[in-house]
Ligand binder design. Structure first.
Ligand SMILES: Cc1cc2nc3c(=O)[nH]c(=O)nc-3n(C[C@H](O)[C@H](O)[C@H](O)COP(=O)(O)O)c2cc1C
Length: 170
Protein backbone atom coordinates (compact mmCIF):
# COMPACT_ATOMS: atom_id res chain seq x y z
CA UNK A 1 0.00 0.00 0.00
CA UNK A 2 1.36 3.43 -0.94
CA UNK A 3 1.05 6.58 1.19
CA UNK A 4 -1.34 7.99 -1.44
CA UNK A 5 -3.62 4.95 -1.12
CA UNK A 6 -3.62 5.29 2.65
CA UNK A 7 -4.37 9.02 2.44
CA UNK A 8 -7.18 8.42 -0.07
CA UNK A 9 -8.79 5.78 2.14
CA UNK A 10 -8.63 8.00 5.23
CA UNK A 11 -9.99 10.99 3.30
CA UNK A 12 -13.29 9.07 3.06
CA UNK A 13 -13.67 9.24 6.83
CA UNK A 14 -15.74 12.39 7.53
CA UNK A 15 -14.34 14.20 10.54
CA UNK A 16 -15.31 17.11 12.73
CA UNK A 17 -12.81 19.96 12.80
CA UNK A 18 -11.45 21.46 16.02
CA UNK A 19 -8.98 24.14 16.98
CA UNK A 20 -6.50 23.01 19.63
CA UNK A 21 -5.05 25.91 21.59
CA UNK A 22 -2.43 26.30 24.29
CA UNK A 23 -0.57 29.10 25.97
CA UNK A 24 3.21 29.05 26.08
CA UNK A 25 3.76 30.13 29.64
CA UNK A 26 2.09 29.18 32.87
CA UNK A 27 -0.67 31.54 33.98
CA UNK A 28 0.77 34.36 35.99
CA UNK A 29 -1.10 36.42 38.63
CA UNK A 30 -0.23 39.51 36.59
CA UNK A 31 -1.86 37.98 33.53
CA UNK A 32 -0.79 35.64 30.78
CA UNK A 33 2.70 35.87 29.27
CA UNK A 34 4.11 34.26 26.18
CA UNK A 35 2.34 33.40 22.97
CA UNK A 36 -0.90 31.61 22.24
CA UNK A 37 -0.66 28.80 19.73
CA UNK A 38 -3.48 27.28 17.71
CA UNK A 39 -3.65 24.21 15.49
CA UNK A 40 -6.43 22.90 13.29
CA UNK A 41 -7.05 19.19 13.87
CA UNK A 42 -9.42 16.43 12.86
CA UNK A 43 -7.81 13.69 14.96
CA UNK A 44 -9.73 14.67 18.07
CA UNK A 45 -11.95 12.13 19.82
CA UNK A 46 -13.66 11.23 23.05
CA UNK A 47 -11.87 8.39 24.88
CA UNK A 48 -13.53 7.80 28.25
CA UNK A 49 -16.55 9.04 30.16
CA UNK A 50 -15.38 8.31 33.72
CA UNK A 51 -12.93 9.88 34.01
CA UNK A 52 -13.69 12.21 31.11
CA UNK A 53 -10.80 11.77 28.67
CA UNK A 54 -10.23 13.01 25.14
CA UNK A 55 -7.37 12.53 22.71
CA UNK A 56 -5.71 14.38 19.88
CA UNK A 57 -2.95 13.15 17.60
CA UNK A 58 -0.21 15.72 16.91
CA UNK A 59 2.45 15.48 14.25
CA UNK A 60 5.77 15.03 15.98
CA UNK A 61 7.79 18.22 15.72
CA UNK A 62 4.77 20.44 15.11
CA UNK A 63 4.68 23.55 17.25
CA UNK A 64 1.71 22.24 19.22
CA UNK A 65 3.43 18.92 19.90
CA UNK A 66 6.54 20.75 21.12
CA UNK A 67 4.48 23.07 23.31
CA UNK A 68 2.36 20.29 24.87
CA UNK A 69 5.53 18.37 25.72
CA UNK A 70 6.26 21.24 28.13
CA UNK A 71 2.84 22.59 28.98
CA UNK A 72 0.16 20.15 30.18
CA UNK A 73 -2.83 22.46 29.77
CA UNK A 74 -4.66 22.96 26.50
CA UNK A 75 -8.10 23.56 25.12
CA UNK A 76 -10.25 22.53 22.20
CA UNK A 77 -12.85 24.57 20.36
CA UNK A 78 -15.24 22.47 18.25
CA UNK A 79 -15.66 24.59 15.13
CA UNK A 80 -19.00 25.42 13.58
CA UNK A 81 -19.60 25.57 9.86
CA UNK A 82 -19.31 29.37 10.11
CA UNK A 83 -15.69 28.97 11.16
CA UNK A 84 -14.11 27.55 8.03
CA UNK A 85 -11.75 30.54 7.86
CA UNK A 86 -10.55 29.85 11.40
CA UNK A 87 -9.65 26.28 10.42
CA UNK A 88 -7.88 27.56 7.31
CA UNK A 89 -5.70 30.06 9.08
CA UNK A 90 -4.54 27.70 11.83
CA UNK A 91 -3.63 24.96 9.36
CA UNK A 92 -1.11 27.11 7.50
CA UNK A 93 2.49 25.98 7.55
CA UNK A 94 5.37 28.34 8.36
CA UNK A 95 3.22 31.11 9.77
CA UNK A 96 5.02 33.97 11.38
CA UNK A 97 2.93 34.54 14.49
CA UNK A 98 -0.24 33.02 15.87
CA UNK A 99 -0.75 36.19 17.92
CA UNK A 100 -1.72 38.07 14.76
CA UNK A 101 -4.11 35.28 13.75
CA UNK A 102 -5.92 35.47 17.09
CA UNK A 103 -6.01 39.28 17.14
CA UNK A 104 -9.17 39.76 15.07
CA UNK A 105 -10.81 36.54 16.22
CA UNK A 106 -13.32 36.86 19.08
CA UNK A 107 -12.19 34.67 21.97
CA UNK A 108 -12.00 34.34 25.73
CA UNK A 109 -9.25 32.82 27.84
CA UNK A 110 -10.06 29.60 29.66
CA UNK A 111 -9.62 30.09 33.38
CA UNK A 112 -8.37 26.56 33.97
CA UNK A 113 -6.15 25.99 30.97
CA UNK A 114 -5.08 29.55 30.22
CA UNK A 115 -5.70 28.62 26.58
CA UNK A 116 -7.91 30.59 24.19
CA UNK A 117 -11.50 29.51 23.56
CA UNK A 118 -12.99 30.62 20.26
CA UNK A 119 -16.27 32.50 20.50
CA UNK A 120 -19.03 30.93 18.42
CA UNK A 121 -17.56 27.43 18.66
CA UNK A 122 -20.12 24.66 19.11
CA UNK A 123 -18.33 23.46 22.24
CA UNK A 124 -15.17 24.11 24.20
CA UNK A 125 -13.16 21.77 26.41
CA UNK A 126 -10.29 22.60 28.78
CA UNK A 127 -7.90 19.73 29.31
CA UNK A 128 -4.90 18.59 31.32
CA UNK A 129 -2.57 16.04 29.75
CA UNK A 130 -2.74 12.62 31.42
CA UNK A 131 -0.66 10.63 28.99
CA UNK A 132 1.50 11.06 25.89
CA UNK A 133 2.04 8.10 23.60
CA UNK A 134 4.37 8.12 20.62
CA UNK A 135 2.64 6.49 17.65
CA UNK A 136 4.67 6.48 14.44
CA UNK A 137 5.30 10.08 13.41
CA UNK A 138 2.62 11.45 15.75
CA UNK A 139 2.11 11.89 19.50
CA UNK A 140 -1.22 10.83 20.97
CA UNK A 141 -2.04 13.34 23.68
CA UNK A 142 -4.68 12.08 26.10
CA UNK A 143 -6.21 14.77 28.25
CA UNK A 144 -8.56 14.87 31.19
CA UNK A 145 -11.40 17.31 30.59
CA UNK A 146 -11.57 19.74 33.49
CA UNK A 147 -14.24 22.04 32.09
CA UNK A 148 -16.49 22.05 29.07
CA UNK A 149 -19.17 24.24 27.54
CA UNK A 150 -21.60 23.77 24.71
CA UNK A 151 -23.01 27.28 24.42
CA UNK A 152 -24.44 27.32 20.90
CA UNK A 153 -27.82 25.71 20.66
CA UNK A 154 -27.97 25.81 16.87
CA UNK A 155 -25.41 25.80 14.09
CA UNK A 156 -23.93 22.84 12.30
CA UNK A 157 -20.45 21.36 12.60
CA UNK A 158 -17.52 22.10 10.34
CA UNK A 159 -16.51 18.81 8.79
CA UNK A 160 -13.66 17.65 6.57
CA UNK A 161 -14.22 15.00 3.92
CA UNK A 162 -12.24 14.05 0.82
CA UNK A 163 -9.83 16.93 1.30
CA UNK A 164 -12.45 19.66 1.61
CA UNK A 165 -14.29 21.50 4.34
CA UNK A 166 -18.00 20.70 4.25
CA UNK A 167 -21.15 21.51 6.11
CA UNK A 168 -23.92 19.05 6.80
CA UNK A 169 -26.89 19.35 4.49
CA UNK A 170 -29.82 20.85 6.41
C1 LIG B 1 -8.52 19.68 8.09
C2 LIG B 1 -7.17 19.55 8.74
C3 LIG B 1 -6.98 18.67 9.79
C4 LIG B 1 -5.74 18.55 10.42
N1 LIG B 1 -5.60 17.67 11.46
C5 LIG B 1 -4.40 17.55 12.07
C6 LIG B 1 -4.26 16.66 13.19
O1 LIG B 1 -5.20 16.00 13.61
N2 LIG B 1 -3.03 16.59 13.77
C7 LIG B 1 -1.96 17.31 13.31
O2 LIG B 1 -0.86 17.18 13.87
N3 LIG B 1 -2.07 18.18 12.27
C8 LIG B 1 -3.27 18.31 11.66
N4 LIG B 1 -3.41 19.18 10.61
C9 LIG B 1 -2.24 19.98 10.18
C10 LIG B 1 -2.00 21.17 11.11
O3 LIG B 1 -3.12 22.00 11.24
C11 LIG B 1 -0.79 22.01 10.55
O4 LIG B 1 0.26 21.14 10.27
C12 LIG B 1 -0.27 23.00 11.52
O5 LIG B 1 -1.22 23.96 11.89
C13 LIG B 1 0.92 23.75 10.93
O6 LIG B 1 1.77 24.01 11.99
P1 LIG B 1 3.14 23.23 12.11
O7 LIG B 1 4.01 23.78 11.00
O8 LIG B 1 3.66 23.52 13.47
O9 LIG B 1 2.81 21.76 11.89
C14 LIG B 1 -4.64 19.32 9.97
C15 LIG B 1 -4.82 20.21 8.90
C16 LIG B 1 -6.07 20.33 8.29
C17 LIG B 1 -6.25 21.30 7.15
Amino acid sequence: MSEDEFRAAMSRLAAGVVLVTAHEAALDPQGPRGEDIGMTATSFMSVSLDPPLVMVSLREGSRMDDLLAEQPRWAVSVLSDHQRAVAGRFAMKNRVSDRLLFEDLPHTRGEISGALLITGALATLECHTEQRVTAGDHTLVIGRVLASTSPTADGGPLTYFRGRYRQLAP
